[in-house]
Structures are given as C-alpha cells and as structure tokens.
Design a protein around this ligand. Structure first.
Ligand SMILES: [Zn+2]
Length: 129
C-alpha cells in the first residue's frame, strides 16, 4: 500500500465474496507508518469487462468501507494466520519430500514467509511404503 511517498504491507487483508458485478474482491487494511492515517484499499475485478478496479479510502472513509463490506468477508489474512499459527508476512506453500533409505515415502507441507520462517502444516506419509 502507498501513502506519504512510502510503500508498506497491509496489516490485514479481507478476502470478500463475489457480488453481482465483481469478483476477486479484497480489502487491504493498514495504518500509514509515516502519518498514522487509517487506510483501506479496495480492489476487485469486473466480471463482464475483466477490468481491475482499485480505490483508496482514508480515515472515516476507511472506517465506512470496512463497515460496508464486513458482511461479505469470506476469510481474512489474520484469521488464516491465527488458525495455522503462521509466521508474519507473505505466505506461500512449500512441499518437501520425506526420504527413507533413499526412497520418497511422503510429503511435508510447509507454510513459509519470505523471511525464512516456516511452519509444518501437514505431513503425508505414503501408505504403500
Ligand atoms: Zn501517510
């Protein structure tokens, strides 16, 4: 997100359900680290034209858009992180193979962030071995 000539990460991202015109609706929430202003960035894609839309809201406007879309929340980044006790920052999935005597016997699925933290989410052992 951008404000005061700086770029910073959202503190939370709300992933919203589609409405009749839009899909991939997201609300990014943050406080500007420079001026401390409350901010919200709404993004979506128009279902007919496939055009991306984005709009920034500040202070009371940010508060109002939060109230307006709260009912459409599918899940939130913070909720997801708490559920899986995720490390902070951007999350991506990583699968590592489990070896035993040189043979692959299963897969370990990790959630990782870009700071090198990782959390084991799931361990799958192949039953046949
Ligand atoms: Zn600012």
């Amino acid at each position: 997100m951008r404000h005061c000539n700086s770029v910073f990460q959202a503190e939370d991202i709300w992933f919203l359900l589609d409405n009749e015109n839009e899909t991939k609706r997201k609300l990014y929430l943050a406080k500007c680290p420079i001026c401390n202003k409350e901010m919200a960035l709404y993004t979506s894609v128009n279902q007919q034209s496939n055009e991306a839309f984005e709009k920034y809201y500040y202070s009371m406007g940010a508060h109002r858009i939060k109230q307006r879309v709260k009912k459409d929340i599918n899940y939130t980044m913070l909720g997801f992180k708490n559920k899986y006790k995720m490390p902070s920052g951007f999350i991506y999935g990583k699968n590592l193979e489990i070896y035993k005597n040189g043979k692959v016997i299963g897969t370990k699925q990790y959630a990782c962030d870009f700071f090198g933290n990782k959390v084991l989410v799931k361990k799958i052992i192949d039953e046949r071995t």
